[in-house]
Ligand binder design. Structure first.
Ligand code: FE2
Length: 477
């Protein structure tokens, strides 16, 4: 049966139709000048589709085959490499030459021939830690790939020490200790209320494991850490056996559910977790948290309901009061981007800046050439000062739509925010993808360089930066 995406409601013929190829571009075309103090690899994940998924899979945006793009910077030049993650799932479907896996996180909808296979699409995020490049998707173990060739080695369970069946795509690297705080939810299998959290040392060895129960089976897509605590928000996207048996993708919004935030001391055990309660919030990603004088503050993009515009808000948890089980909420900024990033060298510590790609509805943005993606179209790169609310920003071309940004420290920089911010943009005029690079301290001056890819990448998921000094040496081709 030939591959045919026509007529699939999730695949209009515009910018985000499947790309389905792998590529190498040696010495990419660059407009402007790439500073020589950018040395390392910028990675971004996308969901791409080898085969058309079922037509009722409205969560296809998170259910495509994982595809990684790596932009390697050295001496003012950039080399590009793009590869599929060769998951068990992709290889089984390639062999059958058809789609075998069903809708998003619902094994009831899979072809019986793949019931025993790892379901990971390895499509969400990539981390370099403990000498391994790990590609993550929250319903399964990480997939280990080569940081330079992007060759897939296989799933990774930390030498059998990571017992949970899943690892979230948003573990946190403590910049002080080098530890990775990783966790899995539905950690004993689909629909289980078990959460497992692991401390993995800088060498990549599991050194601590804690299991606890979630208050309900809601999504725990991301966490935040401080130097003393791990913060686990459980938010109002829920699921059930009935829902899965009916053949639906896993999640549905339920605004009647409270937001429940579990706070676990990093040196504690399950008995030490405290739960705080708040109204339903539509949120998935958390910017950063800090603790000071018994108060934990956490900044995050959120909205009240599923259709409200996102804002950057601050939640405050008072750890001094033993009886208090609610948290305070205030608005930091009406900046509406929902994928803010920071200078990750300051994660868990006092910090000031968020880097966000947002939509300014008063300025032009081409929402026509990416059908179905109008809500995701962004036209402004911003630096938000979370202490004062001050925003510095610049607009991109109306034909460009920015994806998740990533902060890149200048080589040998010490101060927070001293570096660059990068983001891939869909360019609807050329129907190709651009990588825009801004000076993070002078965002308002516009992009200082643009890497011009000669092809189109689909809209991406998450991004990361690996300094060259942290990676093994490159063998030149
Ligand atoms: Fe995410």
């Amino acid at each position: 049966m030939a591959v045919d995406f026509r007529g699939h409601p999730m695949f209009p013929r515009g910018f985000n139709s499947p790309t389905r190829f792998e590529a190498d571009v040696y010495d990419c075309e660059v407009w402007g000048t790439i500073p020589s103090d950018i040395e390392g690899t910028f990675v971004r994940m996308q969901c791409d589709f080898a085969y058309p998924p079922p037509k009722n899979d409205w969560m296809t945006g998170f259910n495509g085959d994982g595809h990684i793009s790596a932009f390697r910077f050295a001496n003012g030049s950039v080399d590009y490499r793009g590869r599929y993650i060769k998951t068990a799932r992709l290889m089984a479907e390639r062999k059958a030459r058809r789609r075998l896996f069903g809708v998003y996180r619902n094994s009831f909808t899979d072809d019986p021939s793949v019931r025993h296979l790892d379901r990971s699409a390895a499509n969400t995020h990539a981390y370099w830690h403990g000498g391994k490049l790990l590609v993550l998707k929250e319903d399964a173990l990480p997939w280990h790939i080569d940081p330079h060739t992007l060759e897939t080695y296989g799933p990774w369970d930390f030498n059998g020490k990571y017992k949970a069946v899943s690892m979230s795509a948003h573990p946190k690297v403590d910049p002080v200790s080098g530890e990775l705080i990783a966790y899995g939810y539905q950690a004993k299998g689909d629909l289980t209320d078990d959460v497992a959290v692991y401390t993995i040392n800088a060498q990549g060895e599991v050194v601590k494991e804690v299991w606890f129960k979630a208050p309900y089976v809601g999504i725990i897509h991301d966490i935040a850490i401080t130097q003393k605590y791990i913060i686990f928000p459980v938010v109002a996207r829920v699921t059930s056996l009935e829902r899965l048996k009916a053949g639906e993708p896993m999640w549905e919004w339920d605004g009647s559910r409270p937001t429940m935030v579990g706070i676990l001391p990093r040196d504690g055990d399950a008995k030490d977790i405290r739960w705080f309660r708040g109204p339903a919030r539509n949120t998935l990603h958390f910017l950063n948290a800090t603790d000071r004088n018994g108060k934990i503050t956490m900044e995050l993009p959120t909205s009240d309901g599923e259709r409200d515009p996102s804002q950057i808000r601050r939640w405050t948890f008072d750890m001094r009061s033993r009886r208090r089980d609610t948290f305070e909420e205030e608005v930091v900024s009406t900046v509406n981007g929902f994928l803010p990033r920071m200078d990750d060298r300051f994660l868990s510590l006092d910090y000031r800046y968020a880097f966000v790609t947002s939509r300014d509805p008063s300025r032009p943005a081409d929402t026509q050439r990416a059908p179905g993606m109008a809500r995701m179209t962004t036209n402004v790169m911003q630096r938000l000062d979370v202490r004062t609310g001050e925003v510095k920003q610049s607009y991109v071309e109306p034909v460009q739509s920015l994806q998740e940004p990533c902060f890149v420290p200048r080589k040998n920089a010490q101060h927070e925010g001293d570096g660059y911010v990068m983001a891939v943009a869909s360019n609807y005029e050329s129907m190709t993808s651009d990588l825009l690079i801004f000076d993070a301290q002078r965002i308002e001056e516009g992009a200082i360089a643009t890497v011009k890819l000669p092809f189109r990448l689909r809209s991406g998921t998450h991004t990361n930066w690996f300094p060259a000094s942290s990676l093994p040496p490159v063998k030149e081709a």
